[in-house]
Design a protein around this ligand. Structure first.
Ligand SMILES: Nc1ncnc2c1ncn2[C@@H]1O[C@H](COP(=O)(O)OP(=O)(O)OP(=O)(O)O)[C@@H](O)[C@H]1O
Length: 387
């Protein structure tokens, strides 16, 4: 459906962005182009709709050599989704979505009916969102409109350049899921650019892993992850394997540290003196049942004077996760709340805290356990703290 034959692109300054590239995307197939910044992915994609012309080689779309096709006519057959979305700010969502059908001369009522259908397809109720303007939508919703608009003229081919790049990871996963469901229905021939191997693996029927201007491996996700064709691919995929492991390694009670603890009913000044003697600067605050109440700074407790209790001075603790949650969740919470540690709870009961050092240790244990074929708690491990 899309075929590259010995395609090279040399920019006027001499940069060879794409070097003798040959590959094919089958009809209804979704191929992801993945690789580091500057390796030529976007250049590859933009040659398909002739926003960039190759220096040499041929590109066929649907059996036709595209250098012989009028670019405007060509682009009607090719939907294009980009990260910045590029919606018209003064047009409603419905009109934005109907842009292409209107351009190619559909009647206004037909174009709008089609736009409503597509908004529905990407999970936006046209009654609710159709009359809004782009700035009245969230980033994720705008991305969906971008996809709906690209599909409006029902093109057989879809080019997507980092289509989910501008949204947070949670919304991103949602959009990816929805897109996959939609693709199962509409079966477009899709070329999707991403720098994220996880996204490439999730979405692609096949993946093209780019090195500098060339494809290092073009295969199914399983083959790319399982049997990387070159050391470069192994490294590219491997760097991310550790991160993927964060998603599958659960927090265990053994991973936790015991922080300084104060009880809600304890007089603040007394607690401060005790904690200072231990060298602590902050404390976790628990109630009588051992449940998490919050945290407090030792200096704040010291300033409270007579009569104040720890409970009165405690702050609410937002950075916590349940035991058994993946390490990735703990890491996410740490970043979200800019916290140096997260509390780990079993139900409401406080178990301990996970620090970045402990998180790293748990991750290494999990990797070593796999390598040695043993359980995680059997791994002999020299931590940095022991050195
Ligand atoms: N108009 C241009 N003139 C000269 N060099 C260019 C031009 N456009 C891109 N390049 C260069 O071509 C190479 C490939 O760029 P391209 O945008 O295709 O990479 P990419 O893999 O899509 O990167 P990213 O993920 O950062 O978007 C880069 O070295 C880039 O600097």
């Amino acid at each position: 459906m899309i075929r590259f034959e010995h395609v090279t692109k040399r920019y006027p300054d001499g940069t060879v962005a794409v070097d003798d590239l040959s590959f094919e995307v089958g009809e209804g197939e979704l191929v992801t182009l993945v690789g580091p910044s500057g390796c030529g992915k976007t250049t590859t994609m933009m040659m398909v709709n002739r926003l960039i012309e190759p220096t040499s080689g041929r590109i066929h779309v649907d059996g036709e050599d595209i250098s012989t096709v009028d670019p405007v006519r060509l682009r009607r057959r090719i939907g294009y989704v980009i990260q910045q979305v590029g919606l018209f700010p003064h047009r409603t969502i419905l009109d934005n979505t109907a842009t292409v059908p209107a351009l190619i001369g559909w009647k206004r009522s037909k174009a709008r009916a089609r736009a409503a259908e597509l908004l529905d397809l990407v999970g936006l109720d046209p009654q609710t969102y159709g009359s809004r303007y782009p700035q009245q939508l969230s980033g994720g919703q705008r991305q969906r409109v971008g996809v709906a608009r690209a599909l409006a003229a029902d093109p057989p081919v879809l080019l997507m350049d980092e289509p989910f790049g501008a949204v947070d990871p949670v919304v991103r996963e949602q959009l990816q899921d929805e897109f996959l469901k939609m693709q199962a229905r509409v079966r477009k021939t899709v070329l999707l650019v991403t720098h994220d191997i996880e996204e490439a693996v999730r979405l692609g029927d096949r993946i093209a892993v780019y090195g500098q201007g060339r494809i290092e491996q073009f295969d199914t996700p399983g083959a790319v992850l399982g049997t990387p064709a070159t050391p470069y691919v192994a490294e590219f995929v491997g760097a991310d394997r550790g991160l993927k492991r964060l998603s599958v390694t659960e927090i265990e009670a053994d991973d936790l540290e015991e922080p300084p603890i104060a009880r809600v009913g304890e007089p603040a000044a007394e607690a401060a003196a005790r904690l200072r003697a231990e060298g602590a600067r902050w404390t976790v605050v628990l109630d009588e049942a051992g449940e998490l109440h919050g945290w407090a700074g030792v200096d704040e407790l010291a300033l409270a004077g007579d009569g104040g209790t720890v409970g009165e001075l405690a702050h609410r603790m937002n950075s916590w996760v349940p035991v058994g949650a993946p390490l990735k969740q703990a890491f996410g919470v740490m970043l979200q709340h800019d916290a140096g540690w997260v509390a780990v709870l079993d139900g409401a009961r406080f178990l301990g805290v996970l620090t970045p050092a402990k998180l790293h240790e748990a991750l290494r244990r999990s990797v070593d356990a796999d390598a040695q074929g043993v359980a995680r708690d059997e791994v002999e491990f020299d931590s940095v703290a022991d050195a």
